[in-house]
Design a protein around this ligand. Structure first.
Ligand SMILES: Nc1ncnc2c1ncn2[C@@H]1O[C@H](COP(=O)(O)OP(=O)(O)OP(=O)(O)O)[C@@H](O)[C@H]1O
Ligand SMILES: [Mg+2]
Length: 264
């Protein structure tokens, strides 16, 4: 489903700010894999997702989605394969547009058709149904501007938009990190539900080790731009945070360092 083959990415090459963020990264996801991603600050987690999304070209290596080599495809041409939710609730939705209009745009992703065609009654009914499942009361605010929603409501809506047209791959980058603990738990639960219902292949970055263990069928840890741990199935279910920290230092030769991870 996703294959990252020996990918390198160095930012600001030849300057004092040179930083190799991906250092021969390889990762293969099977159809339906729900992989949680952890790693220290600057380990390359966001860079890995950006490389898959095509935010900028990688230096070398290949990225395949569904067997199609997308390495040279620009971001907008890969967008049809991908659903993305970022950490910042302000991203991913258009604040000056209504909830229904945002959903309609998401539904038309990759289509030549635009909103000028208008939103049909059938579509509105479908959106109401989907919004109801979020259990946030948004189904009664379908004409409200998205900018008026709370962070958690916006992340839930972004999640819905990212998956309205089933993506080949769902990329979640600490999408609950900016939310209060209760809202974060709710959005995470919702993510689980949407991933399971649509059998989505998913990469979810989190700084919360407990969440990384509790969600998904597979957990990887990045360090210095490579995968240093890859744990799946029964073994993953039995993991504890203590095991993870221990295995991280064995695998990388360093103490795990992620301020947010250790504080949470
Ligand atoms: N656009 C960019 N320009 C320059 N350097 C970058 C850029 N994006 C990432 N980096 C650098 O690449 C390294 C990896 O960053 P990345 O954002 O992938 O880390 P991360 O694992 O997501 O960390 P965090 O847990 O802090 O989110 C860091 O040293 C970062 O400063
Ligand atoms: Mg990051």
């Amino acid at each position: 489903m996703l294959e990252i083959r020996n990918v390198y990415k160095t930012f600001n090459p030849g300057t004092v700010n040179e930083k190799t963020a991906l250092d021969g990264l390889s990762l293969r996801l099977e159809e339906g894999d729900f992989v949680t991603v952890i790693g220290g600050n600057g380990a390359g987690k966001s860079t890995m997702l950006n490389a898959v999304a095509g935010t900028w070209p990688v230096d070398s290596g290949n990225i395949l989605i569904d067997g199609i080599d997308v390495t040279r495809l620009p971001e907008h041409k890969r967008a049809k394969y991908l659903g993305r939710v970022f950490q910042d609730p302000m991203m991913g939705t258009a604040p000056n547009m209504q909830i229904a209009e945002n959903l309609a745009l998401a539904a038309r992703r990759g289509d030549a058709r635009t909103l000028k065609v208008g939103i049909t009654r059938a579509e509105l009914a479908e959106y109401r149904e989907k919004l109801k499942e979020l259990e946030l009361g948004l189904e009664d605010r379908i004409t409200a501007k998205v900018g008026l929603l709370s962070g958690g409501q916006r992340q839930a809506l972004t999640l819905l938009m990212a998956t309205l047209k089933k993506p080949r791959l769902l990329l979640l980058d600490e999408h609950t990190a900016a939310l209060d603990p209760k809202t974060a738990a709710k959005v995470l639960e919702l993510s689980d539900k949407i991933v399971a219902e649509n059998k989505l292949t998913t990469l979810m970055v989190t700084h919360n080790m407990r969440d990384a263990i509790a969600h998904g069928n597979r957990l990887i840890m990045l360090s210095a731009g490579r995968v240093v741990l890859d744990i799946a199935g029964e073994e993953k279910k039995k993991l504890t945070v203590q095991d993870l920290l221990q295995r991280f230092s064995t695998a990388s030769g360093e103490e795990f360092s992620n301020d947010r991870a250790l504080l949470s």
